[in-house]
Design a protein around this ligand. Structure first.
Ligand code: T5A
Length: 211
């Protein structure tokens, strides 16, 4: 059986990743592809426990270094127990955030060195990477407005100032420019239907969708 593909969705707060994943799941399933949807931090019982302590509480609850270690602890559990087994069964895994979020949030946003995070990534995951990363790019003000409009309690990361969110946006664009074979940028300011159409066009161009 052919190994599945790992597609990761990245971007700032409220960029529309979760909305896009719903559309992608339907579109890929309509082609007969077995799709597994998951998210980070989280995706396994243990990683969801870590998600809870990472996202809730005071903004200063953790240092960036502690956050990076907790994110990777959750990620290793997720990759070993959920993502790799699904890929081995031929499923396509669509994951809301992955290692690029650590590069952006804890690295550029939190001040950790890119080389140190790269060493941590290699220790945790070896050569394991996404087959395709879709970066949904929007004005951070619009993204935060969208999340606040939902009326949910803000997460620790949403409470950081606007300069932090502007740096994150640039960090994701820089990752896309550094790794153009793996990454592609989608304009998240467009209506959700157009974002989905563009994402499917990229998937068709970059990955074989023969089930
Ligand atoms: N984090 C995560 C790190 O710091 N390091 C890491 O390594 C990792 C993995 C996760 C937090 O953890 C941090 C980053 C995050 O702060 P989360 O709650 O999962 O927290 O946060 P997000 O991933 O940002 O999830 P959100 O739900 O806030 O944003 P989405 O999923 O990008 O947006 P979505 O689809 O829920 O849409 C938001 C709203 O906008 C509307 C939707 O209907 C929804 O109401 N919308 C649109 N409106 C207009 N036009 C469109 N195109 C729209 N698309 C969606």
């Amino acid at each position: 059986m052919a190994r599945g593909k790992l597609i990761t969705l990245e971007g700032g707060e409220g960029a529309g990743k979760t909305t896009l994943i719903r559309g992608l799941t339907k579109a890929l399933a309509a082609r007969g592809i077995d799709v597994v949807v998951t998210r980070e931090p989280g995706g396994t019982p243990g990683a969801e426990l870590l998600r809870d302590i990472l996202l809730n509480g005071d903004v200063q609850r953790w240092s960036s270094r502690t956050e990076a270690l907790l994110m990777y602890a959750a990620r290793v559990d997720h990759v070993e127990r959920r993502i790799k087994p699904a890929l081995d069964c031929g499923a396509w895994v669509v994951c809301d955030r992955f290692a690029d979020s650590t590069r952006a949030y804890q690295g550029v946003g939190g001040g950790l060195k890119a080389e140190e995070l790269e060493e941590l990534r290699h220790f945790a995951l070896g050569d394991f990477r996404a087959d395709l990363t879709l970066i949904v790019d929007i004005d951070p003000e619009e993204g935060l407005a969208r999340t606040l409009a939902r009326g949910e309690k803000a997460t620790r990361f949403e409470k950081f100032d606007s300069g932090y969110h502007a740096r994150l946006r640039q960090a994701f664009l820089d990752i896309a420019a550094e790794e153009p074979e793996r990454c592609a940028v989608l304009d998240g300011m467009q209506p959700a239907e157009a974002v989905l159409e563009n994402a499917m066009a990229l998937i068709d161009a970059r990955l074989s969708t023969a089930a």
